[in-house]
Design a binder for this molecule. Structure first.
Ligand SMILES: CC(C)(COP(=O)(O)OP(=O)(O)OC[C@H]1O[C@@H](n2cnc3c(N)ncnc32)[C@H](O)[C@@H]1OP(=O)(O)O)[C@@H](O)C(=O)NCCC(=O)NCCS
Length: 157
């Protein structure tokens, strides 16, 4: 395990989040796009996790009516397998649940066994597939879904 604290992201976090994107994804979001998210998108909810005085994890979600669309979840490679991903998801669910969200959804690469196992631990289930959804490399996406979030407010870090 690892000492980590979570907080809502602010526009000044865009550079650190963009660095994580570069480390974690083949098609990373740019710093400019993330700044826009954090300043102009009224439905965006982002949290960051800090350890050793730096941002090592983040999660982003769009609130679409009563659905939480998880946009991205990432943990710095040097900090993985220490329970941070689990805490990050629990924190995102705890913070956004009270906004009236009745279900959460996201897409995940078919080959991303780590993320699939992480989400399945939070009762996400496979609700469908989007063929060739991803590029670089091309791959199908699984659509994950999660209902009944009423217990999320009880989750703690
Ligand atoms: C997916 C990711 C966020 C997991 O973060 P993490 O901090 O390593 O996750 P945790 O240590 O909290 O592990 C939580 C659970 O996820 C699963 N898991 C995590 N890494 C795994 C791996 N490499 N292989 C298999 N299962 C894995 C396990 O079920 C684990 O529970 P356990 O430790 O009790 O077995 C991280 O690997 C990551 O950032 N990957 C790149 C970005 C990404 O794929 N994001 C998701 C896009 S949808």
């Amino acid at each position: 395990m690892c000492e980590i604290t979570f907080r809502c992201a602010v526009p000044e976090d865009a550079a650190a989040i963009a660095d994580l994107e570069l480390l974690c994804f083949s098609s990373p979001w740019s710093r400019a796009a993330l700044e826009k998210e954090l300043t102009e998108n009224p439905v965006a909810r982002y949290i960051v996790g800090e350890a050793e005085a730096r941002v090592v994890a983040y999660a982003g979600l769009w609130l679409v009516v009563d659905q939480g669309h998880i946009i991205n979840v990432a943990v710095h490679p040097a900090f993985r397998r220490r329970g941070i991903g689990k805490k990050l998801i629990a924190e995102m669910l705890r913070l956004t649940g009270p906004e009236g969200i009745t279900s959460y959804t996201l897409e995940v690469r078919l080959s991303n066994t780590a993320a699939l196992a992480l989400y399945q631990g939070f009762d996400f289930y496979v609700a469908g597939m989007r063929k060739k959804y991803y590029e670089d490399p091309e791959e199908d996406a699984l659509i994950l879904w999660r209902d009944a979030p009423e217990r999320d407010a009880e989750n703690t870090q």
